[in-house]
Write a protein that binds this ligand. Structure first.
Ligand code: 0X9
Ligand code: ZN
Length: 461
């Protein structure tokens, strides 16, 4: 089993991490743990630590199968857990609910054994692919698509293909040059391997400050639809600006690609790479979405450097998460009113808390706005998004950027989006889905921006 398996893990009783005086609702967190939470807690306990030691070898995806499953009873869950523990399956996505759902990959060498095990246990699988490598080969059209549009727009980026980091960054720089009154681009830090992390400010306000909206993409390397969609949003806010009446009332700050090194690694060496490229003797990489400094070290984050959800040696140990933190905290608290971090996949609109099964005091408002966003998308493209707090909807995972944005940066409307799809392609979403996914994500941005502005007006009156 390849070791870049995305495993989400409960760690037993770790350091409480940074705490701030943010009011939390008193719900009993212990009653909410799902099968997956318990399962991964077991996997992450010390006795399995030694296993994941040969991590940096990309898996051979030829003949690898992708499956969807619903685990209906305890026996099903026991069998599934055993397959995870013995590293015969690689879980790509899991969610809670009455039935535990998962999408997972099986490498060619394990397909027969694993299928037999599921058959014996009377577990029905839906096979989504019998060759993950074929999905990878067909995901992205050739560079010609890029070249064609180059002359028309003045930048190489398109929304017909996934592009390398430098093309994304050149697109931002192009806007800074050609839309001087609207766009400013800044380097907010460097990655572990020295690549720039860039932010674009889109604002027609000049020196006048408006409610600010922060968006980031590409925290997780393999979730390519995220940076592609975030650049789509940037283009809408610049080139199609007049279509959005809220655009002139908001200052947008957008980082389309936070994990630049990981993204490049996933493009050139290991399509399923998730973390950054932090050096390590045994294994590389820290999961940036376990590295933020609110409740750092808690549930669903691993101390093992080889795990997909390795949290790093300390909160904000990584330059990529530091860059986001330092940029946001340069502003007065209260400047940013909305925070959106864009991931894939599963089609979820999630709000804090992610670190445990609790919701913040304004959880009802976050749910209301999330529901509005989901309804807007449903109407526009007929795509269904589920709305809820992230630990309750998916699993508990501490150290996420959303929890930090909410608790420490005090950004009221903080959401994590899990974009398309629901697992048919998972992370390997064909490029033809970039435009429809961009369209519906823009609808979600619109709802959040408008509701945030309404709340601001109410406060003033
Ligand atoms: O596990 C994650 O980091 C996110 N899912 S993903 O499949 N894109 O990796 C969900 C994060 C939700 N937020 C928190 N747990 N704080
Ligand atoms: Zn992600």
């Amino acid at each position: 089993m390849r070791k870049s398996a995305w495993v989400t893990i409960f760690t037993v009783c770790l350091t409480a991490g940074q705490t701030v005086g943010f009011p939390e609702q008193t719900e009993n967190p212990t009653t909410e743990a799902s099968f997956f939470d318990d399962a991964f807690a077991e996997i992450d306990s010390e006795q399995y630590e030694g296993r994941a030691n040969f991590r940096d070898v990309p898996a051979n995806l030829t003949g690898a199968h992708l499956y969807r499953v619903q685990l209906k009873n305890n026996e099903h869950k026991r069998v599934f857990l055993d397959l995870i523990k013995t590293e015969q399956i690689d879980v790509w996505m899991q969610s809670r609910g009455k039935k535990a759902k998962a999408v997972f990959m099986v490498l060619a060498a394990n397909v027969e054994k694993v299928n037999m095990r599921f058959y014996e246990a009377d577990i029905t699988l839906k096979r989504l692919s019998d060759n993950v490598q074929k999905l990878v080969d067909e995901e992205n059209p050739s560079e010609n698509v890029t070249k064609l549009s180059n002359s028309k727009t003045g930048y190489a980026l398109t929304w017909k293909a996934y592009h390398k980091a430098s093309v994304i960054h050149d697109f931002l720089d192009n806007y800074a040059t050609n839309y001087k009154d609207l766009c400013t681009v800044e380097k907010i830090g460097n990655t572990v391997e020295g690549r720039p992390i860039k932010i674009i400010k889109i604002s027609s306000g000049g020196d006048k400050k408006r409610p600010a909206f922060f968006i980031d993409g590409g925290i997780h390397a393999r979730e390519w639809i995220s940076p592609a969609t975030v650049t789509y949003i940037i283009r809408e806010l610049v080139e199609n600006r007049t279509a959005y009446s809220f655009a002139d009332e908001v200052d947008f700050y957008i980082v389309p690609l936070m994990n630049v090194d990981g993204y490049e690694h996933s493009r050139t060496r290991d399509r399923l790479w998730r973390k950054n490229r932090a050096p390590g003797a045994l294994c590389k990489g820290v999961d940036l979405n376990r590295n933020f400094g609110y409740k750092w070290g808690g549930k669903g984050s691993s101390s093992s450097v080889c795990r997909g959800n390795h949290r790093g040696p300390s909160a904000f140990s990584e330059p990529e998460s530091q860059a986001i933190r330092d940029f946001i905290l340069k502003f007065d608290i209260g400047t940013f009113k909305a925070y959106l971090t864009v991931h894939s996949f599963g089609q979820y609109i999630m709000y804090p808390w992610g670190y445990d099964y609790m919701t913040p005091p304004d959880g009802t408002e976050l749910q209301r706005v999330g529901d509005l966003a989901a309804a807007a998308v449903k109407k526009l493209t007929n795509t269904s998004y589920k709305v809820g707090s992230s630990a309750k909807l998916l699993y508990a995972a501490a150290g996420g950027s959303d929890d930090w944005a909410k608790a420490v940066a005090e950004i009221p409307y903080a959401y994590t989006l899990e974009l398309r799809d629901k697992g048919d392609y998972g992370f390997i979403l064909p490029a033809k889905f970039i435009k429809p996914t961009g369209l519906e994500t823009m609808a979600m941005v619109q709802v959040v921006a408008e509701e945030m502005l309404k709340a601001e007006r109410l406060k003033k009156n």
